[in-house]
Ligand binder design. Structure first.
Ligand code: HEC
Ligand code: HEC
Length: 288
């Protein structure tokens, strides 16, 4: 081992004096600027860890002496937006929707705010685009169970349908005819319902079903099957189905009946939010 520091003859750089089997190491220290940058980042890191939330703890993290938090920042931004919208939101909460002009700022605020309320509260049942699904009505078309005026929609949203929490909820109940009629009678009525909606059917059975329909169904669905909004009884002639219009589904509906439930929203949404989502639903396409 030769520990002598010498000059490397090829590069002219000093060696460190380390020597392994004749291989020697050049003494090339890190450049100054690099070292200072390194020290700088260490100092910065320590300062940051003191000032800002940094070290993870079992619950949460060290808070940092500046007390900064992204949550607080978001809350402040939300509060600022709310403050900016307070006046128009207040106006919407007080407005009579039926007479609120479409170009009123409160109307425009309602429709766009209503879209957000709908996404957060209604889309899980009625679908993101409000087209509904099995048992959940399509809100885009002009076929309404309970009515499509602003007043009707606002009432439906506020009180809901067949829920147990709101005494003013819309309510009606189709009986389960499996307990009242025979299977052949139900089959005949089902054929009549298929005929009403213009589908393939057995004409002879449907003719047998017609008087049964008049006796058992017309009180809610109407003499001609076009439904009754005061009872939320669907129009059976429009080929738009809440529970599918196949022979099997219609037979099941008649046998067991259905019981669609919608929650009441007045306990959960503010007046402005109820009115906003009402305006939103009303302008989707089927509003009356
Ligand atoms: C838990 C599921 C559910 C949620 C959430 C829900 N609905 Fe409904 N909604 C229903 C059902 C089921 C019906 C149909 C009930 C029936 O058969 O009469 C309905 C019916 C309606 C109707 C009546 C449609 C008509 O044809 O008359 C309107 C309007 C409506 N919903 C709007 C909304 C709005 C707005 C929201 C959000 C604030 C919402 N719904 C949230 C289940 C829901
Ligand atoms: C007391 C009123 C009432 C009577 C009587 C009644 N219905 Fe209904 N019917 C309703 C209501 C309300 C609904 C919607 C139920 C729901 O959404 O939960 C409905 C739904 C239906 C549906 C489903 C429609 C769809 O869009 O999917 C069919 C089919 C139907 N009824 C057929 C009949 C037939 C056939 C009879 C007679 C045998 C009958 N109903 C008697 C109230 C009634």
């Amino acid at each position: 081992m030769d520990d002598k520091q010498t000059q490397d003859p090829v590069t002219g750089v000093e060696t460190t004096g380390h020597d392994w089997d004749g291989i020697r190491e050049l003494n090339n220290p890190m450049p100054r600027w690099w070292l200072w940058t390194l020290y700088g980042t260490i100092v910065w890191g320590i300062g940051y860890a003191i000032a800002y939330p940094a070290w993870p703890l079992i619950q949460g993290a060290t808070a940092g002496v500046l007390g900064y938090s992204t949550r607080a920042e978001v809350a402040a931004e939300v509060a600022a937006v709310d403050a900016r919208n307070a006046a128009v939101s207040e106006a919407l909460a007080r407005a009579d929707l039926a007479t609120l002009p479409v170009d009123d700022p409160a109307h425009q605020f309602g429709v766009s705010g209503g879209a957000a309320v709908f996404r957060a509260n209604c889309s899980q049942c009625h679908g993101a685009g409000a087209a509904g699904g099995f048992g959940y009505p399509n809100l885009l078309d002009d076929s309404w169970l309970w009515g499509g005026t602003l007043e009707d929609i606002e009432y439906t949203v506020r009180h809901g349908i067949r829920n147990e929490t709101d005494p003013d909820a819309r309510f009606s109940q189709m009986p389960a005819f499996g307990e009242m009629l025979t299977k052949p009678e139900i089959a005949e009525i089902a054929e009549y319902v298929l005929a009403l909606s213009g589908q393939d059917h057995d004409a002879a059975a449907a003719a047998q079903g017609a008087p049964l329909f008049a006796d058992n169904c017309a009180s809610c669905h109407g003499e001609t099957g076009t439904g009754d909004r005061t009872q939320g009884a669907p129009d059976l002639t429009d080929a738009l189905w809440l529970y599918s219009g196949t022979r099997e589904a219609v037979t099941e509906t008649i046998t067991k009946a259905r019981f669609g439930v919608m929650p009441a929203w007045s306990p959960r949404l503010s007046d402005a939010e109820v009115k906003a989502v009402t305006l939103y639903v009303h302008q989707l396409g089927g509003g009356e």
